[in-house]
Design a protein around this ligand. Sequence first.
Ligand SMILES: C[S@@+](CC[C@H](N)C(=O)[O-])C[C@H]1O[C@@H](n2cnc3c(N)ncnc32)[C@H](O)[C@@H]1O
Length: 286
Amino acid sequence: MGDYGDLDRADIAPLIPRSDDYAWRAYESDPLRMPYIHEAIQELELPRGGRGLDAGCGLGLQALMMAEEVGPDGHVTGLDISPRFLEYARTIADKAGFAERVDFVEGDIYDLPFEDETFDWIWSADAAGYPTREPLALVEEMARVVRPGGTVALLVWTSQQLLPGYPLLEAGLNATAPGIAPFTRDMGPGTHWMRLLNWFETAGLEDPRAKTFMGEFQAPLSNDIRTALISLIEMRWPGVKSEIAPDDWKLYQRLCRTDSPDFILDVPGYYAFFTETLFCGRVPAQ
Ligand SMILES: C[S@@+](CC[C@H](N)C(=O)[O-])C[C@H]1O[C@@H](n2cnc3c(N)ncnc32)[C@H](O)[C@@H]1O
């Protein structure tokens, strides 16, 4: 067996055009997340033979992991708003030998194209909106398609420390609009992801709980992890120039450009981490 069914991670590279920057970065940054995403999926204790939905599935790699978890009698549907991503996901699933155990459907997580109570669980990782839209409507729509007693799970980005030794710069970058995504300045604190447990309770879900998972990395970095961290750093603070002081912008470029002699990943003893938090709850049994 490979990393994903019959496929090793490296086998996926030729299936995604490098010209598709968003999809390529999703592939490149996968090694940073795969280990703890596996743990997060296990945390859900998915039922063998169960049927689930991965909403905002992207390349569909997590749909494959969940299909693995529920075994050959189970089934996972991946849903995404992007037909492009769905095409990649179908090709990857086919080549991984999962064609019978997963399918992929175009749709919007805020308006799911499924009947009530279709699934045993719904999972959504880093997909439910940047910026966040109406949180309660999101959780209610997710819960609608899950059977009584089933699980609603959202995995969201919650923090990072990627620039060791530069806490002020990193705090400044994180305080920009892109840096604090998923969030928008004109939405109140109650809509921030860290308030998700409240949305779960308000939506009537039982046993709402949160658990934080961490990706951490230290020098010497393998080629895969180095490439993935470069991708992450490039994606993390896009378009911040107008929101930070000119000196901070210079420092940011000095530390974060791969062609800089002071590129942050080359500092001796580089260490970094980030966190994603799993929020989940149960649809009340009738
Ligand atoms: C950052 S990627 C995450 C993909 C995957 N869940 C993962 O964790 O690797 C975000 C994905 O969500 C999809 N997406 C964004 N808004 C969506 C929406 N309203 N409904 C469904 N999918 C959406 C995007 O097309 C993209 O594939």
